[in-house]
Design a protein around this ligand. Structure first.
Ligand code: MOS
Length: 750
C-alpha cells in the first residue's frame, strides 16, 4: 500500500527557548581554541608515527631531520629522559591508556609515536619528522577482534569487581528453554573514530618560577593536571590546565593524552612555549576510539507477547596493555521488564592503542543488537513493534529490584508514534511503496542511558556593576553547558543572560571533574542553582526581607538588592554530590579521579529514555537507502536549555545515521592501524544525507534525582537510532541486516 509522505509529515515543533550564549563568538571566529595560539616565540612539534604494529625500535637516525633548517631537537626514547606513566583512567590513573610512548623502545601499535620533532615552524617540524629514519624489530600482532589469534576472555574473570560482573536476574537459560517463541541472532559493529571537528592540540608553557600551563581541549582538565604532575614529578599545584572551549569531545578528549607530557618536557628543555597539533591521521592512531564489538542476543517470549527471557553476550575489543571494560548490558537489561536476564561480556586483546569512550560507547552497540532482536521477536509474534514494546514496559528494574527515579519510555513511544503517524503503517515487509516506486520502511527502537551525577563545587559572585561570575566543574564541548548555566543563574538572580560570565574547564577556577557520561548538566546545574539561591537569600535577608523567600517574591533583582546594601559584591558557594555518595568523594574530585555515581543509587535506579521513529526509502534498483525523516522523543527529566537540548538530539540522530549507513574505521589485518584515517575516506553523513529531524521531550522533571530534576541527554540521543533505521530497512525490504554499517551489497544479495 502506498503511503504519501505528505500525509504523514508531522508539524515541526517550534524552536522556542533561549539562544546559545557562545554562538555569536563562535560564528565570528572569536572563540580561541588551543591550536589558534600563534604568538611570537612559539615552537612547533610534530610526531613521528611507528610503521609497525608491534615490536620495538632498534635504531633511530635523526641526522637528516636535524639538518632541516629551524629544527631545535628531535626527541626519542634515547634522549627524552625518564618520565613516569600517567596510568589508565579505568585503572586508578589519569590517561585514556596506560601506555606512554618514548618511555621505552617498545612499539605497542601502528601509528604510535616513536619520536617528536620540535622546530621553529610547523612546516620544518613536519618535514623533519618525515626524515627521521627508524629501524624496528617487528613481532607478531593481532589486528582485529576477528583475527585467528584473537582470544576472547570473560570480563568477569579479567576484572573481578561487581561493576564488571555478569548481569543476572532470574534464570535466563531455563526461561529461554521453556519459551514459546525464541530469537537467536548475532550482530557486528565496526571500529569507529569520534572525529570531532577540533583536532587535539596541546600548548605547553613554563613560567620562570616553574609553573606549567597546558592549553589543550579536554573533557577532563583535572586528570590532565594530576596526570602530568605525576608524570613530571612535580606538585599538582604547579600545573594549570585550560580547556575553556572544546570543539567536540565525544569521549576522545576525556582524559590525559599520551603525548601531552612530551610537549611539556620539550617546552621545559627548550625554555619556550611549544605547540603540537595532531594530524587527522594521527588522531586515528594516538587517541581513543570506539572498539569493534560482536553481539549474540537470545530472546524468549510467551504466547501472550511477553518477553520472558533474554541473554545478551558481547565481545568487545580492547588493547594488549589495558582492559577497557564493556558495559552494554547495563541498558539492555533495563529496557523492558524481562524477569530472566543474563548479560555476559568478554574482552578481546588486540594490538592497538586502548579503545575508549565514544558517544554512547556501549549503549549504541548494545541497543543496535538488542533492539534489532526485539523487532525480530515482534515479527515472530506478529505484533506491532510499538505495541510489543509498550506491552513489555516495566516500573521496576529487573536487575536491582528498585524503582526508577522516573521512567517515561512508554510516553516517549506513545507520543512519538502519534506524531509520526505510526498507525498508518502496514505491518508486512515491502508493503509500503512511494509513488516513484521506492520501498518505504518505518522502524522504531528505544534507547536508555544511565543518569549519572558527579560531585561539583560551584561559586557564584555578583558585582555591583551587574556582572555575575560563575565558576564550576564542567567542560563546554559545544553541548551547551554554558547556556544551561547562564539560563539557570539569570533566572534565579533576575539578571540578564548576557551578564553571566562562566568559568569552566579551568583548574584554577574550580575542581574540574570529567565531563562525560551525560552527567554534565545534572552535575553542574544543581550546585550552580543552589549557590545562586544562597546568594539571593543572603541579599534579601540583609535587605530586611524574610529568609528563604522566593528570589523573585517582590520582583527585586539581585543586583538591585546588592546596590541598595552598598556592598561592592556578594558571593556564595555550593558543594553537591550524587545521592548516596560519601563526603570523601570530594577528595577524588580534587584529585582528578573519576567520581561519578549511578545508575544504581540507594533508593532507585536512574536512566534517561528515548524512542526513535524512522522512515527509510530504498531505491529498488540500486537499493540506495535514504532517511527522509526521523522523529525522536526523549525523557531526560527537566529540559534545562531547550535550544541546546534539541541540538543534542539532532546531533545524536545524525550520529545514528552515520553509524547505521556510513561510519567504519577499516583495518588491513596484514599491517594493523587504520586505513581510512582522514575525513575523505572515513565516511560521515553530510547535509545531503540528512532529512527532517523532529525532536520532542516528555519534559517531566525527576525531582528524586536532584533539585533541578535533570537526568541527562547527550548520549541517550544516539541510543536506538541505528536499530530504528535497520528495523525500517527490514520493513522496507524484508531483509534483516545484522552488520553495521549497512552496505548496498547487503541488500543486493538475494
Ligand atoms: Mo562521553 S563518550 O561519556 O565522553
Amino acid at each position: 500500500m502506498a503511503t504519501s509522505l505528505k500525509t504523514v509529515m508531522t508539524k515541526r515543533t517550534p524552536r522556542a527557548g533561549a539562544e546559545r550564549v557562545d554562538a555569536r563568538d563562535k560564528v565570528r571566529g572569536a572563540t580561541r581554541y588551543a591550536a589558534d595560539d600563534a604568538r611570537a616565540g612559539l615552537l612547533h612539534a610534530a610526531l613521528v608515527p611507528s610503521r609497525i604494529a608491534r615490536g620495538s625500535v632498534t635504531a633511530i637516525d635523526t641526522a637528516a631531520a636535524q639538518r632541516v633548517r629551524g629544527v631545535r631537537t628531535v626527541f626519542t626514547h634515547e634522549n627524552v629522559g625518564s618520565f613516569d606513566t600517567g596510568g589508565f583512567l579505568m585503572g586508578g590513573g589519569f590517561g585514556f591508556q596506560s601506555f606512554y610512548p618514548l618511555r621505552s623502545p617498545q612499539v605497542a601499535y601502528r601509528g604510535q609515536t616513536v619520536a617528536m620533532v620540535v622546530a621553529d615552524t610547523p612546516e620544518a617540524a613536519r618535514e623533519a619528522a618525515a626524515l627521521v629514519a627508524v629501524t624496528y624489530a617487528a613481532t607478531p600482532f593481532v589486528a582485529t577482534i576477528d583475527a585467528p589469534d584473537a582470544q576472547p576472555q570473560a570480563q568477569s574473570a579479567l576484572l573481578p569487581q561487581p561493576m564488571f560482573a555478569d548481569r543476572r536476574a532470574g534464570d535466563a537459560e531455563a526461561a529461554l528453554q521453556g519459551a514459546a517463541f525464541t530469537v537467536d541472532a548475532a550482530y557486528e559493529l565496526p571500529v569507529q573514530h569520534q572525529n570531532p571537528m577540533e583536532i587535539i592540540a596541546t600548548v605547553a608553557e613554563w613560567s620562570a618560577d616553574g609553573v606549567l600551563t597546558i592549553h589543550e581541549p579536554t573533557q577532563n582538565a583535572e586528570s590532565v593536571r594530576h596526570g602530568l604532575a605525576k608524570q613530571l614529578g612535580i606538585e599538582p599545584a604547579r600545573v594549570r590546565v585550560l580547556s575553556p572551549t572544546v570543539g567536540g569531545g565525544f569521549g576522545q578528549k576525556n582524559s590525559l593524552q599520551s603525548h601531552t607530557a612530551l610537549v611539556a618536557i620539550a617546552s621545559r628543555a627548550l625554555s619556550r612555549p611549544v605547540k603540537l597539533v595532531l594530524s587527522r591521521s594521527q588522531l586515528f592512531h594516538n587517541a581513543s576510539f570506539r572498539p569493534a564489538s560482536r553481539h549474540r542476543v537470545r530472546l524468549g517470549a510467551d504466547r501472550g507477547g511477553k518477553l520472558v527471557a533474554a541473554i545478551h553476550e558481547i565481545d568487545q575489543q580492547t588493547s594488549r596493555h589495558d582492559l577497557f571494560p564493556s558495559n552494554g548490558t547495563e541498558i539492555t537489561a533495563r529496557l523492558y521488564g524481562i524477569g530472566n536476564f543474563l548479560g555476559r561480556e568478554r574482552l578481546v586483546r588486540t594490538d592497538v592503542q586502548t579503545p575508549g569512550y565514544m558517544r554512547a560507547p556501549f549503549e549504541h552497540p548494545a541497543a543496535f543488537a538488542f533492539e534489532s532482536a526485539v523487532d525480530e521477536m515482534a515479527y515472530a509474534l506478529g505484533r506491532d513493534p510499538v505495541a510489543f514494546r509498550l506491552a513489555n514496559d516495566t516500573a521496576v528494574d529487573p536487575i536491582s529490584g528498585k524503582t526508577f527515579s522516573s521512567r517515561h519510555l512508554a510516553e516517549c513511544l506513545a507520543k512519538g508514534s502519534s506524531a509520526f503517524g505510526w498507525a498508518r503503517r502496514t505491518m508486512a515487509p515491502r508493503s509500503m511503496r512511494a509513488p516513484d516506486g521506492s520501498f518505504i520502511g518505518w522502524g522504531v527502537a528505544a534507547g536508555a542511558y544511565k543518569a549519572a551525577i558527579a560531585p561539583a563545587i560551584a561559586k557564584v559572585r555578583l558585582d555591583a556593576s551587574g556582572t555575575v561570575r560563575v565558576a564550576v566543574g564542567g567542560h563546554e564541548m559545544g553541548q551547551g553547558i554554558r547556556t544551561a548555566i547562564a539560563l539557570t543563574v539569570a533566572r534565579v538572580l533576575g539578571a540578564p543572560v548576557g551578564a553571566v560570565e562562566i568559568l569552566v574547564g579551568d583548574t584554577t577556577a574550580a575542581p574540574q571533574h570529567l565531563t562525560a557520561g551525560s552527567w554534565g548538566t545534572a552535575t553542574a546545574l544543581p550546585p550552580v542553582q543552589e549557590a545562586a539561591q544562597r546568594l539571593m537569600e543572603d541579599l534579601r535577608q540583609k535587605a530586611g526581607g524574610q529568609a528563604g523567600a522566593q528570589p523573585d517574591a517582590n520582583g527585586a533583582t539581585a543586583v538591585a538588592l546588592l546596590r541598595a546594601s552598598g556592598r561592592p559584591f556578594a558571593e556564595a558557594e555550593s558543594r553537591m554530590r550524587a545521592p548516596g555518595q560519601p563526603e570523601q568523594v570530594f577528595g577524588r574530585l580534587t584529585g582528578g579521579l573519576p567520581a561519578a555515581a549511578g545508575p544504581v543509587y540507594p533508593d532507585f535506579v536512574a536512566f534517561s529514555f528515548i524512542a526513535h521513529f524512522v522512515e527509510v526509502r530504498i531505491e529498488p534498483t540500486t537499493r540506495r537507502i535514504r532517511v527522509p525523516r526521523v522523529l525522536s522523543v526523549a525523557d531526560c527529566g527537566t529540559v534545562a536549555s531547550l535550544r541546546t537540548a534539541r541540538s543534542q538530539v539532532e546531533g545524536g540522530v545524525v550520529w545514528g545515521i552515520g553509524a547505521a549507513l556510513r561510519e567504519a574505521s577499516e583495518v588491513d589485518a596484514r599491517y594493523g592501524g587504520f586505513l581510512n584515517a582522514d575525513l575523505a575516506e572515513y565516511v560521515l553523513p553530510v547535509a545531503a544525507d540528512i532529512g527532517r529531524i523532529d525532536v520532542d521531550f516528555v519534559g517531566k522533571p525527576d525531582p528524586r534525582l536532584n533539585a533541578m530534576g535533570v537526568k541527562g541527554l547527550g548520549e541517550v540521543a544516539m541510543v536506538g537510532v541505528a536499530p530504528a533505521i535497520v528495523n525500517a530497512v527490514f520493513h522496507a525490504t524484508g531483509k534483516r541486516l545484522r552488520r553495521l554499517p549497512l552496505r548496498l551489497e547487503d541488500l543486493l544479495e538475494s
